[in-house]
Write a protein that binds this ligand. Sequence first.
Ligand code: ADP
Length: 878
Amino acid sequence: MPTPNDELERLRQLHELQILDTPREPAFDRLTALAAELLDVPIALISLVDAERQWFKSAVGLDARQTSRDVSLCNHTVASRRPLLIEDTHTDPRFAGNPLVTAAPYIRFYAGIPLMPDGHHVLGTLCVIDRRPRQLSASQLRQLEALAGQVEELLKLHHHRLLFDHESLRSQKRAARYEAIVRGAAAGIVRIDSQGRILEINDFALRLLGYQRDELLGANVSRLMPMRWAVDHDQYLRNYHTSGEAHIIGKGRRVEALHRDGHAIPVHLAVSRVQYDDASEDCDFIGILSDLSEVQTANHLLERQQQLLGVLHRGLTDYQALMSGNRLWSFLKQALRELTRSDYALIGEVLAVDDQPALKIHAITDLSWDDASRQLMEQFKEGRMLLSNPNSLLGRVFADGQTVLRNDMQAHSPHSAFPPGHPPLSNFLGVPILDQGQVIGMFAIANGAQPYSTELVEWLEPFISTCALLIKLYRQLNERESFTEQLRQARDQAENASRAKSEFLSSMSHELRTPLNAILGFAQLLQSSQKHPLGERQQRQVEQIYKSGQHLLTLINEVLDLARIEAGQINLSIERIHLGDVLEDACTTLMPIARQYGITLQPPQGAHFACWLQADYTRLKQVLINLITNAIKYNRPQGNVQLDCQRLAGCVRVSVRDTGIGIPADRLDQLFQPFNRLGAESGSIEGTGVGLALTRKILELMDGRIGVRSEEGVGSEFWFELPHGEAPAAGSGEVARGRGETPAEPTGESDAPALRVLYIEDNPANQRLLQELFEDLDGFALQCAHSAELGLELACSQPPQLILLDINLPGMDGYQAMRQLAQNPLTHAIPVIGLSASAMPDDLRKAEAAGFSAYLTKPLDIPRLLELLDQFTRQERA
Ligand code: ADP
């Protein structure tokens, strides 16, 4: 069986044509009939050669629809791709034995024209057959070929129809799919024409907007918008057509759609323009609506959640400010109203009154309606009103600890439940605030925008816990405040009492000193009278009067000092002090007494005493004299007193050790109590019992402290600590040793007589500083005095040309000395420069008023002093 070269491709083409085994078609039949008639043959066929068979699309004169391919004559035409003409099969060896020749249909003549609908592949033939030998004229062959051409056209048409059917099926499917998408979309889809008329709307949009389809088709889309947008919509569409200006087309936006029943629905709307034909301006618009109701609800929930968090955060982090300004309650009330969107809110604390719970309202929304209710509100707001009825709406909450929730207030509480004029309450929620199962407060809200629910109460749980926490804090702070207030009152009372005592002591001491001066004065006169000398017995008696008077004077002076310290009336001049100086000074003063008692007092020796501290010179000397005097007084015969010092971090510790009677351990705590002599009052040692109390006060005023170690029968060690002072820079002169009061040698070689300067100063370190300074100056002679009294004496006996006067001096102070200088004709013209450690504006004003020529503060500004000296020299010499 011959096979064409392109067999595979040919068969593929044939099968693609999908014509095999299709029913007969008149168009094909007409052509076979025409062929049979034109060529006058009994059989005409349109044969399509399949892989194993030839199948007849049309057959005239033959009943069979197909025959096997291996006996097919057409197969030869197909294989040769050319027309095949067999005038007599019996004479052609290729076909003489063919069963179609030897048996029915007894083919003797065959003419077949190949069918090539695509111009390349031969799919079959148009053939004519006769049962007798024949010849075909050239014109008959052309006719047959023309008919075959028509068959090819029919086959092409069949192919095109097939393609078309296929395509239309696909587009049907596409349309169905589109339809399904539009219908089933989980978004609203609306198609409108250029005039805004609704052409199509899907089920989702209908459901969302509450319409039936036929209500909307053809209607203007503006019907689906809230009025404020609907009125402009047509104009907007017109603008878009003319100017292309788009607000929403091509973009997505959050808008509101209007439901059929009139409520607005939040939606996201994306509109796109659909143009079906490039040439035409005509277009539709498709809008896709997504329902944002849930998103909006979620957003609202989030907002409320954030609001709640905000309240909790503020309540917990800012509680101090809330408490201190007493804004806690109004803050909680306001937070409640905002969190629950309620018109009214109240919050209060539950107190126990006569063992019964009572509500103290701390903050309440004003719902007054007349004067009487306004007054009531004021009382509530100020917390003056307590509610105690356990059967009221609020009572159920604060007394029973119940949560009361009513969304139908009108039904539950007839009008008579509220006084006439009371604003109507639609809903109500009262919640107890618990702490460990106990009701400590409550809040109530009314007229909420939404009905109240148990979910709301659950949602408010963190708020309620925060309220409980804040109320507890509020109570604790209040308790603490009232406790502090009690303490303050007690302290004030104590202070007043102490002040009164100080004032009393002070005035009493003054009153006592005047007659005492007379007693002492006259006792001395009696003792030393030459004219009327006293007898021995009288001498002893006057001696006794004098001694007792002296004792009384010491006592009065100490009491006065203590009273002044307690009343804060003491001025200190804290400056740098050389410890060695002050110890030496104190020892020199006490040496005679030590000798009198037979006690060895060792003056300070060794480099470790050469240290500096910050203190008031005179007061420090007073402290040392008190301690050393005690160490001498309470010593044993031939005992000794040792001084020591030690540098500690930031301070210097000075100790006075004796070998005396010691102090019983159980009395040590009474040691610094004024007038407490620990039993010494019954012995022979004189004393007042004020010295140590005074010592401690003075040390404390100088930022120091005092302590004691003692062993009965062995001795005591009193120590005190004072802040460490900066050592002066080497070479400044202050480190040099030696006390002043001696006139300095006039310095300089100048012929002019030296100008005499008197320096009244108790601190030897300061004296030395100026001595050093003046040594370097030409034309000055410096003289130092360590007290105002001595200074005044020197000023009168050898009037200087200039006085440098320290303000804080032992005994008479600088101001008193200044007054005396001004009043004395011998000294009133001498210029005086004031020196003091105090540089407060008040001190400066006071110095100016006192009449000082100039006022310098310590530590001394040396250049400024030199400048003043220079000015003074020029004035003197002028
Ligand atoms: P007084 O004027 O009595 O000495 P003080 O206030 O100085 O008053 O001292 C109070 C009391 O402390 C003294 O009366 C004495 O009993 C006791 N006391 C003070 N210093 C010493 C000491 N160094 N040794 C033993 N007892 C002392």
